[in-house]
Write a protein that binds this ligand. Structure first.
Ligand SMILES: *Cc1c(COP(=O)(O)O)cnc(C)c1O
Length: 357
């Protein structure tokens, strides 16, 4: 049997599917999951699709102690014709391996990983919801499983993919949020793990999110970890501003996570001949644009929301109200176009969509 033959154990007790009109994020999981093991002797081996079930892991497994792990996040979309499709899964698998390299985790075969995801989706295809705005969230992740308390890279891993039907991000239409600029905590620093999709970045960001939430803000705007001067990301999304007709976004600098949505936004803006610049943006520069009436739009980008407009930015004692707190024209056009491509209702000029069935 080839190392790439996926064995399949069918779930004989399929669950009842949740009501797709009221789907919370990440709470329900499908009937099956994908698992593959890694050992030094065999490399990645024994790929299998099995009933969704708890893992049996030694309490000394290195994931629990030193956080050697990475994850990805993408979605499967159901089209009006009933087909199931993915959006740029190659970019997610490329990034999965970039995260792996940073975290000393052995790389996976990217094409095989996409095939495995397609295979799993085929088996659980009925779980891809069809109500407007809903999708099936795909969460690939890798954990260090060797039972050992010494500090060094693990010798054993598991690569797992689970699937979760999720509701529309915007229940009542795309809506701007209030954001607090974070002057105290930092998410990542150059040389750290900010450009890897790894659990620790999230664990360390929770406290800022919690404070912001108590003060009535949806997310924080992260500044660079060295000078706390330059803008990096918003919550767990990349960030864009429209200033004087031009769109600007922080250049990748070693601490920013490169979003697939960020990359798609930049390509789409160029396709529309809208000027877009990737460069350093200081909070002071942004504030000056605001005072001069030049800050026209601000939005976050990520797989979950696609585009999340920013209606207010609180910085020190200033409350910057952007575009009267309303969704801007470019934000709206990007949202409509990207979601349209994902659901197959808008032409896909870059061949981003990959059909599953
Ligand atoms: C996942 C993630 C993003 C967005 O990436 P997408 O591929 O667009 O979903 C942005 N910032 C952080 C910190 C992330 O973890």
């Amino acid at each position: 049997m080839s190392e790439y033959t996926i064995t399949f154990i069918k779930n004989e007790q399929p669950k009842e599917k949740p009501d797709s009109d009221h789907l919370p994020f990440g709470k329900f999981f499908t009937d099956h999951m994908f698992i593959q093991d890694y050992s030094e002797e065999k490399g990645w081996h024994n790929p299998r699709i099995v009933p969704y079930q708890p893992l049996v892991i030694d309490p000394a497994a290195m994931i629990f102690h030193y956080g050697q792990t990475i994850f990805e996040g993408l979605k499967a979309y159901r089209t009006a014709e009933g087909n199931v499709q993915l959006f740029r899964p190659d970019k997610n698998m490329e990034r999965l391996n970039r995260s792996n390299r940073r975290m000393c985790i052995p790389e996976v075969d990217e094409e095989f990983a996409i095939d495995a995801i397609k295979h799993l989706l085929h088996i659980d295809q009925e779980w891809v919801p069809s109500a407007p705005g809903t999708s099936l969230y795909i969460r690939p992740f890798i954990i260090a499983t060797e039972p050992f308390l010494g500090v060094r890279p693990s010798k054993n891993y598991q690569f797992i993919v689970i699937l979760s039907p999720v509701g529309a991000y915007y229940e009542s239409g795309i809506n701007p949020v209030k954001i607090a600029v974070e002057n105290n905590y930092v998410r990542a620093v150059k040389g750290g793990t900010g450009e890897a999709k790894t659990a620790g970045n999230y664990a360390s960001s929770l406290i800022a999110q919690e404070v912001a939430d108590k003060e009535g803000y949806a997310q924080v705007l992260w500044l660079d970890g060295l000078e706390k001067k330059y803008i990096e990301e918003v919550g767990s999304m990349n960030v864009f501003f429209k200033v004087n007709g031009k769109v600007i976004t922080p250049a990748l600098n070693g601490s920013i996570l490169e979003g697939v949505t960020r990359n798609s936004v930049i390509q789409m803006l160029k396709h529309w001949d809208i000027p877009v610049e990737e460069r350093k943006i200081s909070m002071e520069e942004l504030y000056d644009h605001y005072i001069n009436g030049e800050l026209e739009e601000a939005f976050g980008s990520g797989t979950a929301a696609v585009i999340s407009p920013i209606g207010e930015l609180a910085w020190n004692n200033e409350h910057m109200i952007i575009n009267d707190g309303k969704t801007g024209a470019i934000s709206s056009k990007l949202y409509q176009t990207l979601t349209g491509i994902q659901y197959g209702t808008v032409k896909d000029p870059f061949n981003w969509v990959v059909k599953v069935k």
